[in-house]
Design a protein. Structure first.
Length: 597
């Protein structure tokens, strides 16, 4: 089977292309396994059927993320032995076979309610093995995929997987609802898990056909491995990403599993309806995934995370206003949230893949996954305890009455919103500007609605790009206050001038030495900054002094002319050119003069 027929993959050698096809086939089989077992409403429904308490629900949901700590152990064996394929196959086979024990446990432990703790224990063992196989798989596959198609390939793979997951979920929802009436709900779940386990074993078969790629460099000792484990946390850029991941993971975990509980217990939705809503969530994400891949490759992943994480933060808050009578509002909510979720998930993975060094990738992957996973794992447990506390509480405000799980959703939403404030600290040199991402999104009708909703949401929360009010101080690169109550100018505009000045001077002094890639990067950034200069013109027009206004506008014209000249030379001239006059300083001096008048 060939999943890679489009032109972008024609230059890949046959063996690599065969491996990539097997990786996609593995993803399709694994997605069905995951949909029917680990990551679905069916596991929560199965636990509720066995009489699970909120704390047990929280624990069951948190186990896979606590198990991510095992990735550190897995990465040790990977770095020690260098055999990622062997470690993956051993751990994956054992982990998926344990689902047979989960399936038969309710049949032999009577009464059925007593089997819940045994299932939690077996599920924990399976999750640990899955975690070890996961880090081996990620390190193995990301080394194999050519870097220039990394975003494109994984967006295609995720799109295929998501589509199949939708189909499998819908069929499974119908299956459980129907067999739950014809036979018994317990029988329906056990048959479903059996099918999932078979597909999980099939995915391992596909990966067994993929070539092993040896790890370059010497094998590590235990002492050296301890130093390797510490090394990611000595990287300040990595720590910033981990900080966001930890807070974000905890915020998601607090309410995550209880959204399914709310749909089953409070809204009394059937499994078919719950899966249908999840289908809208996934399908909208799949449709958007190709666009996210394009945007990430063009503007960087950081801005995609910033845009989409804000929308995902609102998701639990929507459920506060959903009742049995208006549950159809979940249709547009799931469509919008699905677009956002696919962006967060995909772009976050891209940041991790691109930031990790080529050597010791598994250590970086496992360090991030373990840190964020522990936070996510603690979330459902805390959520379960809070759910017990909030069970008998209610509070009325105007036309709304908040009760039970509503309080949990509010806490989760606020924590998610707080975590988005840390995205700006994530380091990504190739990242463009959010406004350019939004402009690009508005060229696509499907994404335009999302971009506009984000803009309204961002404005409502007052998060980004708000100009400094009259009377606020504007500080230049010298650190000296250059304006006080003279002109309403955003700090981002001043930074744009500083960055433009730096780029122009670097371009003129290094032009003859620059390669094609560096030139294209500077051209793209100068074009982006050029648009920001328009902001200054708009804000400068509010100055009452007509003479000063004309002086500022005159200097802006000179800056634009100078920028256009450099852009042309970057495209056509191989020889270094003389550095232009420092118009940046002249503009800042003019603003200072305005302030004194």
């Amino acid at each position: 089977m060939d999943f890679l027929k489009d032109k972008g993959y024609q230059n890949i050698d046959k063996l690599t292309k065969k491996d990539l096809n097997n990786v996609i086939a593995d993803g399709l089989s694994w997605q069905i396994f995951f949909t029917l077992t680990f990551g679905s409403v069916f596991l929560i429904g199965f636990a509720l059927l066995l009489g699970a308490t909120p704390v047990q629900i929280g624990l069951l949901s948190s186990i896979p993320f606590f198990a991510n700590v095992a990735q550190i152990i897995g990465s040790y064996f990977i770095e020690r032995r260098g055999r990622r394929k062997g470690i993956y196959l051993s751990a994956a086979i054992a982990g998926r076979l344990l689902w047979i024990a989960i399936i038969i446990t309710p049949l032999f432990l009577l009464p059925v309610e007593n089997s819940m703790w045994m299932i939690i224990f077996i599920f924990a063992l399976s999750s640990i093995l899955s975690s070890v196989s996961g880090v081996a798989w990620l390190s193995w596959v990301t080394t194999m995929v050519p870097r220039n198609i990394l975003g494109k390939f994984f967006s295609k793979r995720i799109a295929y997987m998501s589509f199949l997951g939708v189909v499998a979920g819908l069929l499974a929802g119908f299956f459980v609802d129907y067999l739950g009436i014809v036979m018994s709900p317990l029988s329906a779940f056990l048959i479903l898990f059996s099918i999932g386990t078979l597909l999980g074993m099939l995915s391992i078969l596909f990966m067994s056909r993929v070539r092993e790629f040896p790890i370059e460099g010497e094998r590590v000792t235990f002492e050296k491995f301890k130093d390797l484990v510490k090394s990611p946390f000595k990287n300040p850029d990595f720590i910033k990403f981990v900080r966001f991941g930890v807070i974000w993971g905890f915020a998601l975990g607090v309410a995550g599993p209880f959204i399914f509980v709310y749909q089953i217990k409070v809204l009394e939705l059937g499994y078919m309806m719950i899966v249908a809503l999840s289908t809208l969530f996934v399908v909208s994400g799949v449709i958007a995934l190709g666009k996210w891949g394009y945007i990430v490759d063009k503007y960087g992943a950081k801005n995609v995370v910033a845009i989409t994480a804000l929308i995902v933060s609102l998701y639990p808050l929507f459920f506060i206003f959903i009742t049995k009578e208006n549950y159809l509002l979940l249709i547009p909510i799931n469509i919008l949230s699905g677009i956002a979720w696919s962006g967060v998930d995909f772009a976050s993975a891209q940041i991790l893949m691109r930031s990790a060094p080529q050597t010791n990738k598994s250590v970086y992957f496992s360090a991030f996954t373990a840190a964020s996973g522990i936070a996510f794992a603690i979330g459902p447990i805390i959520g379960g305890l809070l759910a017990n506390i909030f069970a008998g509480m209610s509070y009325s405000v105007m036309f709304f009455t908040f009760s039970g799980l509503h309080f949990l959703f509010i806490i989760s939403g606020l924590l998610r919103l707080w975590s988005t404030s840390f995205i700006k600290d994530i380091h990504e040199p190739e990242a463009g500007e959010i406004e350019d991402v939004l402009s690009d999104m508005r060229t696509n009708r499907f994404m335009e609605v999302f971009a506009n909703f984000y803009s309204v949401t961002r404005f409502s929360f007052g998060i980004l790009n708000i100009p400094l009010a009259f009377g606020m101080r504007v500080v230049g690169r010298s650190g000296v206050i250059i304006g006080k109550g003279a002109i309403r100018i955003g700090s981002g505009t001043v930074k744009a001038f500083v960055e433009m000045d730096r780029l122009i001077r670097m371009a003129t002094s290094e032009l003859g030495k620059m390669g094609y890639k560096n030139r294209m990067n500077i051209i793209q950034r100068l074009n982006i900054l050029n648009r920001k200069i328009k902001i200054l013109e708009t804000k400068a027009s509010r100055v009452g002094d007509e003479k000063s206004l004309k002086e500022v506008q005159s200097e802006i014209v000179k800056v634009r002319t100078d920028t256009s000249t450099i852009l042309n030379k970057l495209k056509t001239t191989p020889e270094p050119t003389k550095a232009p006059e420092n118009y940046m300083q002249k503009v800042l001096n003019l603003v200072n003069r305005i302030a004194k008048r």
